[in-house]
Ligand binder design. Structure first.
Ligand code: NAP
Length: 408
């Protein structure tokens, strides 16, 4: 009986000491502004299929020696953010987030950032490279809380010093879309292991966030780049360096693309998918698509059922493709340091230029989501955190109302 009464007290004391230790020994304490240490404003969803809400919530704290806390200065808005706010990936990504952070909701979206290091863990490998106060850029893995907030906590592997020739808005416009384009081409398209110099590559959706960067990555490798977009985007895609630009509104588009083949690689950054590719009968070695049904299947059939139906949807079209001498590859955003480094080098050499289509203030995030949701973008939509305007009162984080704030 005596032990039963004392255990909760002991547990509380252990938690207190654990937090004290984290504060004092895993971060460069004393460098964090008081206001930022305690609470921050973040755009969150509190349930799926609801509008993002400006929420006053707890600032994340360093939990591991590899963590870096960033003061966000700019973050891009991607179709994925809008889709996730509508419940896309809630089964699979939600499951991962629950394991990693202990809770699924509320969820802060935003998959990249440009900002300054506020605080960092004492990781031996990267601690020299990243300094408190340094201007950095990076991406946020999909299962972690995002960057549409005043601060974001990320592993140091996905943070790097930002090239000095970019401002925060330009920098973040290249991050999530750039790392996705790099993942699709270099990992799933295999360019890490072979050269595409002088070979023919076709980018579908070249006017979009991912496609416009993919064209530039391929031109930097001296590939012969074919690109597709709609009529009004042709001049924009030409300025990216595409050698041949196809107009997908042209009634003869499918035939023209086919007659110019074969292609070494086709990157589908247009949201089309393997069915379209097989129907069009375009000739290529590798068709790499960013439109994959994995998360959608997970939402529909649960994690196990989703994996099973995705396996079928992967194998069957591939059987047909292989019989035609091609392969269909599903590409996923990979938050890898090599991708950030590659993009940084190209930016510094002037071989990759940002294409920002619209900039919104932090308080106008809902408008930015609407804009991205309506599509037909030419480059990226970016949130500029320094462009805050008055008039919005953040709601208090639901799950925290009864929780005593840490550090109070
Ligand atoms: N698997 C992953 O990890 C991952 C990661 C990021 C993105 N994605 C997916 O990749 C795709 C591209 O993302 P994003 O951020 O670049 O989207 P985005 O900015 O909306 O770009 C899509 C572009 O595709 C163009 N397009 C539409 N239909 C086309 C067609 N039939 N032929 C040629 N171009 C066409 C659109 O041009 P118009 O305006 O003229 O229609 C638009 O510019 C999206 O489907 C997204 O969901 C997947």
């Amino acid at each position: 009986m005596k032990i039963q009464i004392k255990l909760p007290i002991l547990h509380k004391q252990l938690l207190y000491f654990e937090h004290a230790l984290r504060r004092n020994y895993s971060t460069e304490h004393g460098t964090i502004p008081h206001k930022i240490l305690k609470r921050m404003d973040a755009w969150q969803i509190h349930e799926y299929c609801s509008e993002v809400q400006l929420t006053n919530t707890r600032t994340p704290i360093i939990n591991s020696p590899n963590d870096v806390l960033i003061k966000v200065e700019a973050a891009s808005v991607n179709p994925l953010d809008v889709a996730m706010s509508n419940g896309y990936g809630s089964e699979m990504i939600g499951f991962l987030r629950k394991i990693r952070t202990g809770s699924e909701l509320p969820l802060t979206l935003g998959r990249d950032f440009s900002g300054k290091v506020i605080s960092k863990g004492f990781s031996p490998c990267k601690s020299k490279e990243l300094q408190v106060g340094q201007q950095v850029w990076g991406v946020v893995p999909v299962h972690l809380q995002g960057s549409h907030a005043e601060t974001v906590l990320v592993p140091n592997a996905v943070v790097a010093p930002q090239p000095s020739n970019l401002n925060p808005v330009e920098a973040t416009s290249l991050m999530y879309a750039g790392v996705t384009a790099w993942s699709a081409l270099y990992i799933f398209g295999g360019l890490l292991f072979r050269s595409i110099q002088g070979r023919r590559a076709l980018v579908l959706g070249a006017s979009g966030g991912v496609g416009s960067i993919a064209v530039q990555l391929l031109k930097a490798e001296n590939a012969v780049v074919f690109a597709s977009c709609s009529t009004d985007a042709i001049p924009f895609v030409q300025t990216l360096g595409a050698d041949v630009v196809y107009n997908y509104n042209d009634p003869d588009y499918v035939e023209i693309v086919k007659s110019n083949g074969p292609y070494d690689i086709i990157l589908d950054a247009a949201g089309l998918g393997p069915e379209d590719y097989l129907k069009n009968n375009w000739n290529c070695n590798a068709y790499v698509t960013l439109t994959i049904p994995l998360l959608k299947n997970g939402d529909q059939y649960g994690i196990f059922g989703g994996l099973l139906s995705s396996a079928t949807q992967f194998v069957l079209p591939n059987l047909k493709a292989v019989s035609q001498g091609s392969t269909i590859r599903w590409a996923l955003f990979q938050p890898l340091p090599q991708a950030i480094e590659h993009i940084g080098k190209l930016v510094s050499n002037g071989k990759l230029i940002p294409t920002v289509s619209e900039v919104y203030g932090f308080n106008d995030l809902q408008k930015a989501y609407e804009r991205v949701g309506s599509g037909h973008l030419r480059g990226k939509v970016v949130i500029d955190m320094l462009k805050q305007s008055d008039g919005l009162t953040p709601v208090k984080g639901e799950r925290e109302e009864n929780t005593k704030e840490e550090g109070q």
